[in-house]
Design a protein around this ligand. Structure first.
Ligand SMILES: Nc1ncnc2c1ncn2[C@@H]1O[C@H](COP(=O)(O)OP(=O)(O)O)[C@@H](O)[C@H]1O
Ligand SMILES: [Mg+2]
Length: 547
């Protein structure tokens, strides 16, 4: 890794083989369908793009990644003629694009799928398709239903789109796929997708990927903007990284790693991006004590978490992690066992009891569980702490505003105002609002379930810092994550769950990504001998006992 060089400059990162011959990494053959050269754009004081060059070839999936605000949407806006560059040149299919001409961009063969949807809600799907197609490519009006069906099949869009259903009735996921389908109706040379997977679950992402691969196979160039790196790497041929409106290079997707891309996205070496662990083992006491706990499809499990400690929960999905968190947060009552929080024994028959005892849950599904989308940042942050801002029953708005204003600054929550409805914030900023509650409420135990799911890379590290800050302030943290890199970087030790029980404990000095993955794939069985009578895996020397 980068040694002895200051972090923060892209030049301090070693050139990867993929980066070495940037042009050489291009999939051979395809002609250039989109070419941006030396593009710059400023909005007021914000330099959204500075001298960016970007290209996409026929039959290529070219991913564009970067933190929120790094300029990805601006780049697509410029490519599609909706945003005028201050400097630079755009070519579509070799033809120069005039400024301010979305219509010309379309004519030259560029199509864009919009995230929020440009469909006419009450019109049936087939009509939306019909009107999306250029007039000379439309079928006879009465045949539009059959035509729409064929289009969907051609692009491997096996979504159950009923041609007669009003577009406004589609689910978020179907609407997203529908937007892509509509863009394809124009038979484009180049297709732009701006964060198409934000509202999609894993199966739907797979469906979308099938479609963009089908496009690629037909020779369409696809520009795919996303902040989900594992997804991008699965499907892209090349990846271009933007940071603060400046290109950090273009990489061959097969020759680069998530790790390497993260470094370029955040602009500092990966390890340095995680907050340091608590340096001195100050006076610690067990805050959360779990003994022989059993619940729906998990247990018995026994472990404890000290104040100032972050303990990770690893494991393949569906091995009881969710149920353990549900029980610890009082959502599903336990079947047997004991739980203590800060010395107080809990029955865990209600979320109310858990909250009162000082257990705070940061649920993974923020959209439906944690936050009230239509309400503002301020209300969402302080909803559990209203008592704190009340004096003789009267809410002290001023104190509330000040405290939350501080937190917005401290956690770098990007919001135009404290009253901005949280549904309009990015996933990362929503999660920061959720985390900000733990600063106001100061719980003894924080249960964080997939704290960075759907969160862009930059915000991820802000969230790690915020969680570490809570732990340094004395809270005990339990973090469930499916990302071994996250667990290795953030936690003091990690418990591995399999089939509802803890099969292994990985101590801090052995924590790394590989060690965690090994423990997960190894699963139960081998470590029985290492288990204490309580069911807690004892620390043991690595690899010796692995079979
Ligand atoms: N129409 C606009 N007016 C003012 N600022 C804008 C506008 N569009 C984008 N920006 C700013 O330009 C920067 C890049 O934004 P954007 O291209 O949307 O980034 P991304 O899509 O990577 O999140 C941000 O700082 C954003 O606030
Ligand atoms: Mg964007």
């Amino acid at each position: 890794m980068t040694e002895g060089t200051p972090a923060g400059e892209s030049t301090t990162l070693p050139a990867s083989p993929a980066n070495a011959g940037q042009a050489g990494a291009v999939p051979a053959g395809g002609e250039l369908v989109l070419e941006l050269t030396g593009v710059s754009r400023q909005f007021g004081a914000v330099r959204a793009l500075t001298n960016v060059s970007f290209e996409c070839r026929a039959g290529e999936i070219h991913a564009l990644v970067g933190e929120n605000g790094s300029g990805k949407s601006t780049l697509l806006g410029i490519a599609s003629g909706f945003v005028d560059p201050d400097l630079g040149e755009i070519r579509i299919g070799g033809q120069r694009l005039r400024t301010d001409s979305p219509a010309q961009a379309r004519k030259l063969g560029l199509a864009m799928a919009y995230q929020d949807g440009s469909s006419v809600g009450m019109e049936p799907v087939k009509n939306n398709f019909y009107f999306a197609a250029p007039p000379d490519q439309r079928p006879p009006y009465w045949r539009r239903k059959k035509w729409a069906r064929k289009l969907l099949a051609d692009f491997d869009l096996d979504i159950e789109l009923f041609p007669d259903v009003p577009a406004g009735f589609l689910t978020m996921a179907d609407r997203q796929l529908f937007e892509v389908a509509k863009a394809l109706v124009t038979d484009p040379k180049v297709l732009l997708l701006d964060e198409p997977t934000t509202a999609l679950g894993p199966d739907e992402v797979e469906a979308l990927h099938r479609t963009i691969v089908a496009c690629k196979d037909r020779g369409v160039g696809v520009v795919y903007v996303s902040h989900r790196l594992p997804e991008v790497l699965e499907v892209a041929d090349r990846v271009t990284v933007l940071r603060d409106g400046v290109s950090q290079g273009t990489f061959d997707a097969r020759a680069t790693t998530e790790h390497e891309l993260v470094e370029r996205i955040v602009g500092r070496p990966f390890e340095a991006a995680f907050p340091p662990r608590d340096p001195l083992g100050s006076e610690k006491k067990d805050v959360l004590v779990v003994d022989g706990l059993q619940g729906q499809s998990f247990g018995p499990v026994s472990f404890s978490v000290e104040s100032g400690e972050i303990v990770g929960i690893a494991g393949a999905e569906g091995n009881g992690q969710q149920q353990l968190f549900d029980t610890l947060s009082g959502r599903t009552p336990p079947r047997a066992g004991r739980v203590e929080c800060a010395g107080e024994e809990l029955t865990l028959v209600s979320t109310h009891e858990a909250v009162r005892a000082g257990i705070m849950l940061l649920p993974g599904d923020r959209k439906t569980e944690a936050l009230m989308g239509v309400l503002g940042v301020r209300v969402n942050a302080s909803v559990q702490s209203l008592r704190r801002f009340s004096l003789a029953g009267i809410l002290r708005r001023r104190a509330e505003r000040d405290a939350i204003g501080d937190l917005v600054e401290r956690l770098d929550i990007r919001t135009p105002s404290l009253d901005q409805p949280v549904e309009f914030l990015s996933g990362g900023n929503q999660q920061k609002v959720s985390v900000s509650r733990s600063f106001l409420e100061e719980p003894s135990v924080i249960l964080a379930y997939e704290p960075t799911q759907g969160v862009d890379v930059g915000s991820r590290f802000d969230i790690y810092n915020a969680l570490r800050t809570r732990s340094n302030a004395g809270a005990a943290l339990l973090v469930k994550s499916s990302d071994p890199i996250e667990l290795a970087g953030l936690c003091d030790r990690v418990l591995v769950m399999s089939r509802g029980t803890i099969v292994e404990e990985i101590p801090g000095d052995e924590l790394d990504e590989v060690r965690i993955v090994e423990a997960i794939v190894r699963g139960p069985g081998m470590s029985k001998s290492a288990r204490s009578p309580l069911g807690v895996a004892m620390p043991k020397s690595p690899s010796k006992q692995a079979s």
